[in-house]
Design a protein around this ligand. Structure first.
Ligand code: 5GP
Ligand code: ZN
Length: 115
């Protein structure tokens, strides 16, 4: 997609702190990290959101495989981490290109977000 910021990151057209770049999936550090490790894992092809999860066959498998690898690279496999998809306004989805949040490096607390 021409105007999509995450498509541009996947294509290398705008800079990002990329930690993994494969043929189908890219992982890069969130520009506004909410934890010491905050990485976004995206399909390189445009998929709008998690409700369209089957749009690009098999890519979710690769995204979760990449999450395992990136978590290991970040030294989080023992301490733990959180994987998260946002969808829609109540979840504050802001970028309409499928992305899996990987958060870790500190205790994240219970799965209750501030209002
Ligand atoms: P959402 O709220 O849509 O689930 O998460 C989108 C995330 O993308 C946010 O955490 C935001 O900080 C991050 N983000 C938005 N624009 C950019 C950007 O240009 N570069 C990077 N690295 N992260 C971005
Ligand atoms: Zn896109």
């Amino acid at each position: 997609m021409t105007d999509c910021i995450f498509c541009k990151i996947a294509r290398g057209e705008i800079p990002a702190n990329i930690v993994f770049n494969g043929p189908n999936v890219t992982a890069f550090r969130d520009i506004n990290p909410r934890a010491p490790t905050h990485i976004l894992i995206i399909p390189n092809q445009h998929v709008a959101d998690i409700r369209d999860w089957n749009a690009y066959g098999g890519v979710l498998n690769e995204m979760f495989q990449t999450a395992n690898q990136v978590a290991d690279m970040e030294g989080l496999s023992e301490s733990g981490y959180r994987l998260m998809f946002n969808y829609g306004p109540d979840a504050n989805l802001t970028v309409p290109h499928l992305h899996l949040h990987l958060l870790g490096g500190r205790p994240l607390g219970p799965m209750v977000m501030p209002g």
